[in-house]
Structures are given as C-alpha cells and as structure tokens.
Ligand binder design. Structure first.
Ligand SMILES: [Zn+2]
Length: 339
C-alpha cells in the first residue's frame, strides 16, 4: 500500500489531459484520461482537473497520501510561481488561477507548473531522447501556434516567469503583412502555424493572383471550411496557391530553426503538434536543406531533425517527468524554484 505515484496534467485550448503513473514512470503504468477544455468561468479548468484526478485515484485504489507530486503543463503565458495562466488567447479569461483551487482539494501534495512546450521538451528528454542528445535538446510544436522548449548545456531554459523560448514569435519577415496570433506582423508563427497557413490562404484568395481551383473544389467553394489540412491536401494535388502557402510554411520553418540553432547550438530538434499530420510535406524538405546546404539558414552545425513519437501526449508525459525530476533534484530543472 505504500507504493508511490506521480500525477501529470496537460492543459491546452481544446483538451485537458490527466494521468497518474508509478513514480518510476514506467510507461506501462500510465493511466490517463482526456476531457474537453471547459471555459464557463476561470475555475472550470481547475475543477475538471480535480474531478478527473479524484476519479483516477479512486478507480486505481490510490490514496492522496501516495501521490508524490502533481505536475501541470499548460498553455501559457504562465506565471510558474503563482501557478496561474495570464493573457491566453484561447482559454478565454485574463487570469486563470490553477494552483490555489487545486491546492485546496489536494492540500498536502506539492504542485509544479511549467508551460506546455517547456514541459514537452522534458517529456522528450525522459521518454525518448538518447544520451548523446539529451543535454542540448529542443522541442518545437507546429500546431495552432508555433512554440518551443529548450534544454541547453543540460539545463531547461525557463526565464523570469517560465516563458523562455517563445520561438514562434521570432520575427522572420519584419515588413510582412501577415499578422500573428500575438498581434505582431511577420512572426514565424504567422507563416508556419495552422492558423497562419489558414489566414494566409484566405488572404491570397482575396488577392486573387494565384489559381486556387483545386483548393476551392476540396472545400466545395466554401472558404470558411479552409484549414491548414485542406491547404496541404490541395498542395499535394498541385494547387498553385496552396503550393505557395506550403512552400512559405516550410521556408520560414527553416529560418526559424536556423535562429534556434544559432542561439542554442542544439544537437537535436524534435517536432510535434497537429501540423505533423502533414509531416511528409514539411520534414523531408527541412532535413534535405540542413544536410546539403545548411549555411543559408544557420551558421552553427545543423541539428538532427526528428519527430516525437508520442504526438499529442508529449506534454502530459512532460508533466509527469517534471515531478520525477523535481523529486530527484535533477540538475536539469535546478533553476525551477517552486515549492
Ligand atoms: Zn507572434
């Protein structure tokens, strides 16, 4: 009965994932659950986390006293000390308190926070990176936005509040008209995220300079049905406008990776996120560029380009790894000051 467990939570704009696992993080012992992200009020998310966690514990006959810690990876921006999300465009409230309401239900258990991409790089670090790449490792998500997590010289980079490595807002085209989710123009995310691809396709349609017959037939002439998925499909089928948008998505990703590699000199970059459903149109071109002619994009030796095999689950795995590393006093997160 004195067996110990770790709890992990991953909070995104669409889904909340909760898991418990034995303290060794043997993946055979991960029990997990997923639920839609509720946005009724600022306590909806913490309420569903508490409810699911309580259910998972009782179904597996685990007591609160057996939980060593709760790791919470969440979409940011995040204040990791206060345990609250602020100014998040997708979660719906200016401030979303997480630590206090969860602490109320689980008072004896330490709770640790991390932003989702920083969490994901910890997930890659624990569950799939090899020893040769662990110390200089980057995770990049291409999804609704573009985000990253960086381990450099064996340390997770956090910044003053835990929001370091907001790489998607690297300005890759300063005079651009493409507006980013953050409000600025010309961010990497404005070209290479799902939202960016969709918005740019709609703007190009409006301009009407390129042929988009294939794209329009895929969406049966209903522009509102266009998402990144349809643009990538149309590009595969030879649509002129869509090919241009996909080429730009890949081109600016090369620029983004170049910046990341020049700043952090990483051994490997792991990609994840919903855009990886169309990875065949993104990853091989990047690999080829960095194998054959990296110097146009990065002055440092190029990194290995890989994909996380855990897809949507990498953030949740990172939340579990966060607690394990905290308990072990692992030097990778020695700068993470949370009680
Ligand atoms: Zn931006």
């Amino acid at each position: 009965m004195d067996k110990k467990f770790i709890a992990g939570v991953d909070i995104g704009g669409t889904w909340v994932r909760v898991a418990i696992c034995t303290a060794d993080l043997n993946e055979k012992n991960i029990k997990k659950r997923i639920t839609a992200t509720l946005k009724e009020n600022e306590y909806s998310i913490s309420n569903s986390v508490c409810q699911i966690l309580t259910e998972l514990l009782s179904e597996n006959s685990i007591t609160k006293g057996q939980i060593l810690g709760i790791g919470i990876a969440t979409a940011g921006p995040l204040n990791i000390e206060k345990g609250e999300v602020f100014n998040n465009a997708n979660l719906g409230f200016r401030v979303i308190p997480l630590k206090e309401p969860i602490k109320e239900k689980f008072p004896e258990i330490p709770i640790y926070f991390i932003n989702d991409c920083n969490g994901s790089v910890l997930g890659v670090h624990f569950f799939e990176a090899n020893d040769g790449e662990k110390d200089n490792l980057v995770y990049i998500t291409m999804s609704t936005g573009v985000g990253g997590g960086v381990i450099c010289n064996g340390h997770l980079l956090l910044g003053k509040e835990g929001n370091a490595a907001e790489i998607g807002h690297a300005l890759v085209e300063p005079k651009s008209k493409a507006q980013c989710n953050c409000g600025a123009h010309g961010c990497w995310e404005a070209y290479s995220s799902g939202t960016g691809v969709r918005n740019r396709a709609l703007n190009a349609l409006q301009e009407g300079k390129l042929n988009a017959g294939i794209l329009m037939s895929i969406v049966e002439k209903d522009k509102s049905r266009i998402t990144a998925k349809e643009v990538f499909q149309a590009a595969r089928e030879g649509d002129e406008l869509s090919k241009k948008i996909v080429n730009d998505c890949v081109f600016y990703t090369k620029i983004g990776i170049g910046i990341v590699n020049n700043y952090y000199d990483c051994t490997s970059i792991y990609f994840g996120g919903a855009m990886m459903k169309d990875k065949e149109q993104i990853i091989p071109q990047i690999c080829k560029q960095f194998e054959i002619d990296p110097i146009k994009f990065t002055t440092n030796h190029p990194p290995k380009i890989k994909l996380t095999k855990y897809k949507d689950e990498i953030g949740l795995r990172g939340a579990l790894a966060l607690v394990k590393y905290k308990i072990e006093n692992n030097s990778i997160i020695s700068k993470l000051k949370q009680k």
